[in-house]
Design a protein around this ligand. Structure first.
Ligand SMILES: Nc1ncnc2c1ncn2[C@@H]1O[C@H](COP(=O)(O)OP(=O)(O)OP(=O)(O)O)[C@@H](O)[C@H]1O
Length: 275
């Protein structure tokens, strides 16, 4: 179980990141920084705590920084400034070997693009991490088959990714993350290719995982109903900044500002409030 702390994280993409960082720290906004430095601001002073055992949902318009934020949690991306800590230890201090171990045991990721290995079967994809860890084949197989069945793909273990639909591939990606048995699972629009029935099923699965196995799940979605259904907490990002973090009730009933109120209304298909 891990508490994840994101502290004053800035992420600047581009050549002149140092100058752009100084501008961000002075309080210039994303478009001013882009105009002056040519740099794109991914995250602009983000601080938040993701409690162990929670389903922490991240929402925001396209380009608001959701994927950039989540990729900091397994150090796929490193901040230009700031810290990311697991149980108080800054993961930026891990050397290459410790980072490999951290990724193997502490945090796995389900990508929107599936990221399956095309020449390996469903089962081989699902148990790849376990095999790399050195788990004997028979044991890894049992674990893999269990999760393949859980995600509704019983009978597909010997198929190859090209023989599956997009939604099925997404479920293989999820089974792989579950089989890896890490404390934390990062999910970047991981349900976007699922049809509504399977999507609802997978939401139930996630709630069970959280409740029964105390997994911490960080979940990006564009779907407010999904966020409200599964989220212990929801963070709303805008232009690389967190505009509110709260329970589903907080977000719906006590929006922190007009932006969040409009965001929620728009997503629910209600008429927009006045600007
Ligand atoms: N590799 C990169 N190079 C340059 N800019 C980047 C890079 N990755 C992200 N950005 C910029 O950082 C900002 C946040 O991007 P990010 O992909 O995190 O947004 P997002 O909220 O996940 O969007 P979406 O919902 O479309 O996936 C955007 O302005 C984007 O242009």
């Amino acid at each position: 179980m891990a508490d994840i702390e994101i502290r004053n994280v800035y992420k600047i993409f581009g050549q002149d990141a140092k100058a752009a960082l100084a501008m961000a720290k002075e309080g210039l906004n994303k478009s001013e920084i882009l105009a002056r430095s040519g740099c794109s601001v991914g995250l602009n002073n983000v601080s938040l705590t993701i409690g162990a055992g929670k389903i922490f949902v991240i929402m925001g318009l396209s380009g608001s920084g959701k994927s950039t934020l989540v990729r900091h949690i397994n150090r796929l991306i490193e901040p230009t400034s700031g810290e990311v800590a697991f149980d108080g230890s800054n993961i930026l201090d891990l050397d290459a070997k410790a980072l490999r171990t951290f990724r193997m045991h502490r945090v796995s990721m389900v990508f929107q693009s599936f990221a399956l290995m095309p020449h390996r079967t469903v089962l081989q994809n699902v148990i790849y991490g376990q095999r790399v860890r050195g788990l004997p084949k028979a044991e890894a197989r049992d674990i893999g088959m269990k999760w393949i069945e859980t995600v509704g793909l019983a009978g597909y273990d010997a198929k190859y990714p090209h023989q599956l639909s997009g939604g099925m591939k997404q479920r293989v990606g999820l089974a792989r993350a579950l089989a890896a048995d890490t404390d934390v699972i990062l999910m970047d629009e991981a349900f976007s290719a699922l049809d509504p029935l399977i999507r609802a099923d997978m939401q139930d699965q996630l709630l069970q995982l959280q409740q029964n196995l105390s997994k911490t799940i960080v979940f990006i979605t564009h779907d407010l109903d999904e966020a409200l259904r599964i989220g212990s907490e929801i963070a709303i990002l805008k232009d690389g900044q967190v505009v509110q973090v709260g329970t589903p009730d907080d977000i719906l009933e006590r929006p922190a500002n007009d932006y969040v109120a409009r965001f929620v209304q728009r997503r629910q298909g209600r008429p927009e409030a006045h600007e």
